[in-house]
Design a binder for this molecule. Structure first.
Ligand code: HSE
Length: 311
């Protein structure tokens, strides 16, 4: 194999997990992307070059998450003795540690790119299994791989995912605060047990959300993005959370939620309402009132998931 054959470029979307009531099981892909240019090497060098979001803090060498994903795939298909290193060039647009799935993009990009170079020994379901194993949960890696909205179920360590394109054209308004939030910390504040009424609150809304998106029932969405399982406990980690949600809804959003474990907040609006700019300003202004600097991203739902750009 010459170097050209060992090289591929992929792009992977940022993602937003939970989508309100779907704690640890719902996710969606967004139109903000990280790019990876991967070359597999026969020697043991791991060279990492990164530009864009968080470039200075991305681990170089063997600790790099994309390399770990590449190596895991090589082991899975028993080619790790053939390719011992890689050149990893990343161009990142997804903000780091903000609840937009940046670590999932790194994992999925490494798996998809290495799989492509090796002539696709694994299918997407098998890649999902590896990605979930590395990330520890499926709610970001599933939409990063498949695109659209995803519902993921874990059963005895095995993941099953349903991915679909919503029948409502949504705009996603993401307020990105100027502080990071670690998922580990954001999970520490959660209680070990929750009241039955809160479980019912979420099960009913998560079910309504998926049914409304699949059937194109926008009228049912204003009920469907609320949550009682994690956001009430996390609001102390994101100053002004409840008020930013209110500001987004007052500006016309159908609903709002923490994106993943935060720190971003995401509001959902229908594209035909054309209210996204107004919602974005309302969210940034409300954050400001609570002493938080933020910027807004207006995004669509990504339909494709991880894509090979060039071989
Ligand atoms: N669902 C996770 C959480 C974050 O809210 O802690 C993303 O996997």
């Amino acid at each position: 194999m010459d170097n050209k054959k060992n090289r591929v470029r992929v792009r992977v979307p940022g993602t937003s997990a939970n989508c309100g009531p779907g704690f640890d099981c719902l996710g969606l892909a967004t139109t903000i992307y990280n790019h990876l240019d991967l070359t597999l090497l026969r020697n043991g060098k791991v060279i990492v070059e990164a530009t864009g979001e968080g470039a200075d803090n991305i681990p170089r060498g063997r600790r790099n998450l994309t390399w770990q994903a590449v190596r895991r795939l090589l082991q899975e298909v028993k080619r790790e003795d053939e390719f011992k290193g890689a050149i990893i060039r990343m161009k990142n647009h997804v903000p780091i540690s903000r609840g937009l799935g940046s670590s999932s993009t790194a994992i999925v990009a490494g798996l998809v790119a290495a799989n492509e170079i090796l002539d696709t020994p694994l299918n997407r379901q098998e890649l999902l299994k590896l990605a979930t194993e590395i990330e520890g949960h499926p709610d970001n890696v599933a939409p990063a791989l498949f695109g659209g909205f995803t519902v993921s179920v874990m059963n005895n360590g095995e993941v099953q995912t349903f991915s679909f394109q919503p029948r409502i054209k949504l705009k996603l308004v993401v307020a990105v605060p100027d502080f990071e939030l670690s998922t580990r910390l954001a999970r520490k504040v959660l209680p070990r047990n929750i009241p039955l009424k809160d479980a019912i609150f979420n099960v009913s809304r998560a079910s309504m959300l998926i049914a409304a998106l699949v059937e194109g029932r926008e009228d049912l969405l204003p009920l469907a993005f609320d949550d009682a399982l994690h956001q009430p406990y996390r609001k102390k980690l994101v100053p002004g959370m409840t008020e930013v949600f209110e500001a987004a809804k007052n500006a016309g959003a159908l609903g709002a939620a923490i994106s993943g474990a935060g720190s971003c907040l995401i509001a959902f609006t229908s594209a035909r309402s054309r209210l996204e700019e107004k919602i974005a300003s309302a969210m940034v202004e409300e954050f400001q009132i609570h002493g938080v600097k933020s910027k807004a991203l207006i995004l669509n739902v990504d339909k494709h998931g991880a894509q090979i750009l060039k071989r």
